[in-house]
Design a protein around this ligand. Structure first.
Ligand code: ADP
Ligand code: MG
Length: 722
């Protein structure tokens, strides 16, 4: 047996178990060993029976003395099992374990059965109750050294295998596996625990101490594999041929001079970093991140002007049509006075006669045959247009060289064959794989990816580890303070009252509600109903309605009236999430706030706090009773720094959710904690880079295992490739 052996081939298992394992998500011995416990119970010393509420869960052992099953209203059932403590002394209080509608529990929990129970106790009258505890039946013939008299691992049950069955299987497997079946992988000197030992101890620790050491080894191993992928990918990108795409900066300077404000230091630094990349023939792969309102768009636009001035096309790709349109309108406003053309290209509007297409570039023919990379290269390197444009000293021709579109732009025959710079907004919805795809289309354009919110450092080192990073860690000086509060939806009338008082002093407000349905018809209907309600609430103040289906021209008009203060309130969907900037608007009320993600709420809130006045953000929710919703909204009330909010988001939801790990093509993170284990990540990164620096192709014999891993990081983990 080695790490690659299929579980269904383990000849010491009964045939029935082997058949079961063949269908299970864990296929090899290594899969099984990497199914790490989600927690542990110290069953060498159980807690005493609780006598009141506990903040932390307790782990107790006792015997069932009585069970009762009660039928409640509407076919609901409540099942109670009263537990008596082992070696009970006079003072101990019986413990009630309670389940609702848990049919299978009724079958296994009966009088006389001994249970290990884990959960949070609550006192209710004279009783102490644990609702829906986790539990395990103590079998008389149980191997005590596996299940009981030890620090016991609790694994997540998986297809057909209970926690207990998994534990038994792991125990046997670990005892049959020999040290020589588990090759060392971490570079020597990084960690003294042998890997074999670490795998045993993570599942069946001798002590909390050996557990911590085992965990360190395995986290390092996981991070090392991850960083190896990242470093290899980066090396590959850097080796790609590319071109410089950078003009003299005259166009960009004109834009900057026309702005009513000065760039922040962080913006200048970021533009400098991007400019150096554009000047270099090495293809740029840069991540630009920063807090909401830190001015990322302007940095991107500056970069685009540098590329366009050099005679290339530059494209900004947003994840949705609405965002694309917003960027388009904003760019148009900024660039038209300078005589630089901008074109919008999104799926839905492809056919529309866009004014700029009429003046300049024709839309691509609908069915352009897919060109091979080579042909495209040739097309791009051909002198035709590129030379023509670069020989122009002034942008006055109005021809579109800046394109705004959705991400779909990348994958269609877009006719962009001089693409020098691709800016991708909201990278976290845009995976590493797509980025690679972009490069397949032709010789490598420079790529700048932006996120809507800042990213914690551990993640910039992992999911974005193959990118260079520019951080906007400074907000423009004029940003005011925002006071945020979460209120129950029942308090709406008070919130309305507060809003009206503020509006009477001349301020303006955003009222945001979540999109309930994506479909156009329903959306429009919900918006209309919402709007009528608010008009009534705020009368005689004037409000207008803004949502994704309002045509761009009308959107512009509505925004214009709001900007000029002709309307006091804007009832809106999340279309206001980006690109809206009205300093006099200092109020925001968000309905059903719990339906939004943390990052999105922070992004929305970023629309206020832009003027001299104190700003207020009210988060209304009818779900404040639910811990998940409450916790989320509390984070927002307590923090204003986007970096802190991003970390909280990571803690609450995990990295997968935040950044779409599934799309990243990187190995999964099973045991490491991206927030708590930053030190180990840094260490792993240094080691991975050192290994690749010494042996870029991993040709050395000692790196054979690593080579196999790099070829298929998702499939094979760090087992021996034999
Ligand atoms: P985000 O980083 O959230 O994408 P934006 O790029 O939308 O931020 O910028 C937010 C607003 O701040 C925009 O209206 C933009 O014009 C303005 N802005 C950008 N840079 C500055 C600056 N240096 N000083 C003042 N306002 C700025
Ligand atoms: Mg933005």
């Amino acid at each position: 047996m080695n790490l690659h052996t299929a579980l269904s081939d383990l000849d010491w298992l009964p045939p029935q178990r082997r058949r079961q394992l063949a269908r299970c998500e864990l296929q090899t011995v290594e899969d099984l060993l990497c199914h790490f416990p989600r927690r542990y119970e110290d069953r060498t010393r159980f807690d005493r029976f609780p006598r009141g509420d506990h903040e932390q869960p307790v782990c107790v052992c006792g015997t069932v003395k009585k069970v009762t099953l009660r039928r409640l209203r509407g076919r609901q059932k409540m099942f109670d099992a009263v537990l008596e403590e082992d070696n009970a002394h006079a003072l101990s209080t019986p413990l009630v374990c309670r389940w609702f509608n848990a049919h299978w529990v009724e079958k296994v929990v009966a009088c006389g059965v001994r249970l290990v129970v884990y959960g949070k106790p609550k006192r209710s009258g004279s009783q102490v109750i644990i609702s829906h505890p986790e539990f395990e039946v103590v079998e008389d013939d149980a191997e005590k050294s596996v299940h009981l008299e030890r620090i016991t691992p609790i694994h997540r049950a998986t297809a057909g295998l209970s926690t207990r069955a998994l534990r038994q299987l792991l125990w046997e497997t670990l005892h049959k596996l020999e040290a020589r079946d588990v090759p060392e992988i971490l570079p020597a000197g990084l960690d003294e625990t042998p890997r074999w030992q670490a795998l045993r101890q993570i599942h069946f620790p001798d002590s909390w101490e050996t557990l911590a050491r085992a965990r360190r080894h395995l986290v390092l191993l996981e991070f090392f594999g991850l960083q190896l992928c990242v470093a290899a990918r980066r090396a590959e990108q850097q080796a790609q041929p590319g071109q410089a795409h950078c003009g003299s900066g005259a166009w960009m300077d004109r834009l900057h001079r026309a702005l009513p404000f000065a760039l922040t230091g962080a913006q200048q630094r970021a533009i400098g970093e991007i400019r150096a990349d554009l000047e270099s023939p090495r293809p740029m792969n840069r991540l630009l991140h920063g807090d909401v309102g830190s001015g990322k768009t302007l940095v991107a636009l500056s970069a685009m002007l540098l590329a366009v001035e050099a005679g290339y096309e530059a494209a900004l790709m947003a994840p949705t049509q609405i965002l694309a349109e917003q960027h388009y309108l904003q760019f148009k406003r900024l660039l038209e006075p300078l005589g630089i053309g901008v074109a919008l290209r999104t799926g839905a509007r492809r056919e529309d006669p866009l004014p700029l297409f009429n003046q300049g570039i024709q839309p691509a023919p609908p069915e352009e045959p897919a060109a091979t990379g080579k042909e495209r290269n040739a097309a791009r390197n051909a002198p035709k247009r590129a030379l023509q444009s670069s020989s122009q000293s002034s942008p006055q021709n109005g021809e579109a060289q800046i394109f705004v579109g959705t991400h779909a732009l990348l994958f269609e025959g877009t006719g962009l064959n001089r693409l020098g710079l691709a800016v991708i907004d909201e990278q976290h919805k845009f995976g590493v794989l797509q980025r690679a795809k972009l490069r397949e289309h032709g010789s490598a354009p420079d790529v700048l990816v932006m996120t809507a919110t800042p990213i914690p450092r551990t993640l910039t080192m992992t999911l974005f580890g193959d990118l260079d990073v520019s951080t906007l860690d400074e907000l423009p000086a004029n940003r005011g303070k925002i006071i945020t509060a979460a209120r129950d939806s029942a308090k709406l009338p008070e919130a309305v009252q507060f809003l009206k008082t503020q509006l009477q002093t001349g301020r303006q407000a955003y009222i945001v509600y979540p999109l309930i349905d994506e479909s156009e018809k329903l959306e429009a209907k919900a918006a209309a109903a919402e709007f009528a309600r608010w008009q009534e609430f705020l009368a005689p103040m004037r409000c207008e309605l803004l949502h994704g289906r309002v045509p761009p021209e009308e959107k512009d008009a509505i925004m214009g009236r709001f900007r000029r203060g002709e309307t006091q309130a804007l009832v809106a969907t999340t279309v206001i999430e980006v690109g809206i900037d009205v300093p006099n608007a200092n109020l925001m009320l968000i309905e059903n706030a719990e339906r939004f993600g943390l990052a999105q709420l922070h992004q929305l809130r970023g629309r206020i706090g832009r003027g001299a006045h104190k700003s207020y953000c009210v988060l209304l929710s009818s779900k404040l009773e639910e811990p998940e919703a409450r916790e989320k909204l509390e984070v927002l009330c307590a923090h204003h720094n986007g970096f802190e909010i991003a970390e909280a988001d990571l803690r609450l939801r995990g990295p997968g959710d935040l950044l779409g790990t599934a799309q990243s093509g990187l190995p999964p993170i099973r045991i490491g904690d991206l927030l708590a284990d930053t030190d180990l990540m840094i260490l792993a990164r240094e080691q991975a880079q050192a290994v690749l620096a010494r042996d870029p192709r991993l040709e050395a014999e000692e790196h054979r295992v690593l080579r196999g891993f790099l070829e298929e990081p998702r499939k094979i983990t760090l087992a021996q490739v034999s």
